[in-house]
Design a protein around this ligand. Structure first.
Ligand code: AMP
Length: 445
């Protein structure tokens, strides 16, 4: 199947060809036509499948087809909501790339950066707005955006948005949109909450699903190197230098761990930077740009900071520490082997993490090959210790008293930025720790 046969117009085809795409991915093959026909869509697809072009291409075309001459400021006609700042920035980049030959204007708004430049752009008028929910509501309350003319709503990574506690914000946004519109919902998983949201929102949607990442991860070569905790850094440094890896994304469980590792690798002569929720948006953008351009070899990230990152043909992902939640492993290794490219995911696993490894293998339904590295064989006398890194996903949160609840409501009502005061950089935790005007950053806006 070709892009031409999907009914896309010449200016869009030209941009896709220049980007180097020759064939639509499965999600694009299934999504583009129904969206062009104006249908609602419920799509099961994760990052890495080409889902962004799957909705952006037909949305651009619909906006062109339904554009009419008008006086005054251009109204927002397509609104794309994403859970994280990085994903918002990336989606907007795609909108600009695919729409470069079209007379459409777009912008992106997210928290953690000054609101004023965003206001200026919005006030001039845009056709397409990519936004994270919190910052979008800030703009609504400051009257810099009018959502009453939105024809197309896209909820990207809807499961993550709910996971991060955005449901109230999403519902507030929905109240501001016209009743009649086209809605596209993308989600990697379909919990009862997602189904309920879809039921409320979608009108006889086309249902499409492409292979979940834990089956699609076939293109990723996975390996576990058993190693003692205290020797992980030494092994990682050796592997990077001996294989001459030039671009490696490394995952740690905590922000502190990410900082420390980046620092230590730097001392070993491996250029590195850490990216996590306590870094300013500017520092994160810079680190990502340096990593993409090859200025630094290693980007050390926590799960939330890396969510949605799209780095073309990233060859190596290293789990310096396994995640507490098995699904996060699938998301992590999904950073490599994207859109059919080969990738390699390596996990350094110490005795404390064997239970986590088992959970992961159960989820992906296969054993990951274990290869001991000569000179780094684990010491059989070391006994496993509990992993000390804050609350896991399945553990209960302490109950809120009335006062705590009121404070939390107040915070939710005037949400602007977010902060993650927990040690672990995880959305489940971050969503509970919002403060206005904080100088701390997380990926959530
Ligand atoms: P996404 O799932 O939208 O994050 O996209 C994952 C990666 O696939 C991005 O780097 C895209 O540039 C790339 N991609 C999207 N569509 C295609 C295509 N049809 N052919 C080749 N690469 C693509």
């Amino acid at each position: 199947m070709s892009f031409e046969s999907l009914g896309l117009q010449a200016d869009i085809l030209r941009a896709i060809t220049e980007k180097g795409y020759t064939q639509p991915t499965p999600i694009q093959q299934q999504a583009i036509m129904p969206v062009l026909e104006g249908k609602d869509l419920m799509a099961g697809a994760q990052t890495g499948t080409g889902k962004t072009a799957g909705f952006t291409l037909p949305v651009l075309q619909r906006l062109i087809e339904t554009d009419k001459p008008r006086k005054g400021r251009r109204p927002v006609r397509a609104l794309i909501l994403t859970p994280t700042r990085e994903l918002a920035a990336q989606v907007h980049e795609s909108v600009q790339t695919y729409g470069r030959y079209l007379p459409l204007k777009s912008t992106v708004v997210f928290g953690g950066v000054s609101i004023n430049p965003q206001k200026q752009k919005l006030i001039k008028g845009v056709d397409i707005l990519v936004a994270t929910p919190g910052r979008l509501l800030d703009h609504v309350s400051q009257r810099s955006v009018d959502l009453s003319k939105v024809d197309i709503l896209v909820l990207d990574e809807a499961d993550r948005m709910l996971d991060m506690g955005f449901i109230r914000d999403i519902r507030k946004v929905l109240d501001l949109l016209p009743q009649k519109k086209q809605t596209l919902l993308f989600s990697a998983t379909f919990s009862d909450d997602i189904k309920k949201l879809a039921n409320d929102l979608l009108d006889s949607p086309s249902l499409i699903e492409v292979a979940r990442r834990n089956t699609a991860s076939e293109t990723v070569k996975q390996v576990v190197h058993p190693v003692d905790k205290k020797r992980k850094r030494e092994l990682l440094s050796l592997l990077i230098r001996s294989h001459e890896w030039q671009q490696v994304l490394v995952f740690t469980r905590t922000k502190h761990g990410a900082n420390r590792l980046a620092e230590q690798l730097g001392k070993d002569g491996v250029t590195s930077a850490a990216i996590h929720g306590n870094k300013s948006q500017g520092a994160r953008t810079r680190a990502l740009a340096d990593f993409k351009s090859g200025k630094i070899r290693v980007l050390v990230a926590t799960d939330i900071a890396a969510r949605g990152l799209d780095i073309d043909q990233l060859p190596h992902v290293v789990n310096y520490e396994l995640p507490n939640v098995a699904e996060d492993y699938v998301h992590r290794i999904g950073r490599t082997g994207r859109a059919g490219n080969e990738g390699e995911a390596m996990s350094l696993v110490c005795v404390d993490e064997l239970k986590l490894l088992k959970d992961i293998e159960k989820l992906i339904n296969r054993d990951i090959p274990k290869v001991e590295f000569e000179g780094f064989e684990p010491d059989p006398n070391i006994k496993p210790e509990p992993i000390q890194n804050g609350r896991g996903r399945n553990q209960k949160r302490p109950a809120k008293g009335k006062q705590g609840q009121r404070a939390s409501n107040r915070r939710n009502n005037r949400r602007s930025n977010t902060s993650d005061s927990s040690k672990q950089d995880h959305p489940r935790n971050t969503s509970r720790h919002r403060r206005k005007n904080t100088h701390q950053d997380t990926s959530i806006s």
